[in-house]
Design a protein. Sequence first.
Length: 280
Amino acid sequence: MNTRTGPIGTFLKSLGVYLIVVSITLLFIFPYFWMIITAFKPPKDIRAIPPKILFTPTLDNFDGLIREFFILPAIKNSVIVVLMATSLAIIFGMLASYALARFQFRGKNTIALDVLSIRMVPPIASAIPIYVIALRTGLFNTYWMLALVNAVFNIPLVIWVLRVFVEELPLSIEEAALVDGCSRLRILWSITLPLILPGLIATTILTSIFVWNEFLFANILTGPETKTLPVVIALSIETRRVSWGIATAGGTLVSLPIVIPLVFIQRYLVRGLTFGVVKA
């Protein structure tokens, strides 16, 4: 009797777990799905009650977004800022994480905590000083100022994530390279970076996402020529009304450059984020 009820009980338990997982997944996916289909709805179908699932798709919302809000220059600005800020954060963060992981010096842990404290500071607390600095240095309304600010706030993330990956590497590999006459920079470039490539890719992606979605400093440090995509899309939300079609079209454009790459590299990303968590 037990041999028959055992497999059935296990099956029902597994089925219940899968149903819970699927329900939670659908709960999180549904708002994003609804935003995408709303972006392709005509205005009358967006305001329809009850909401319409079946409708004739249209690109009018995207056309209005491009014509009224000049979205193409904003996309270009966002791409430029992401490339600049991510490159700066990865380069300086990688060097700092390697130093903190491999060199022994007084106050190393204190410096690491001080760096982490930069990430803990609310961005709004430093908005006014950074705005004044941008005006006095002539960097207001430039890509460099926005890229520098984003890099500074993301370097702590890069340092703390990559430091763990470097510490997980056997020190004997680098010591053997030192004996063979390799310099520290050569070891970092030829040995360390290839071995922590999954973690480096994961950190680069996360940093790019944070920079791509950043709104506060992009709003106060840019002018009409350098506004990024999140700032331009926010203009669709007015004081007394919201252009839902244009707003959802903008949200779709902002999210797709992040969601589509993650779908294809999610396995690589998970490997990078979990690298070194379980020790052999």
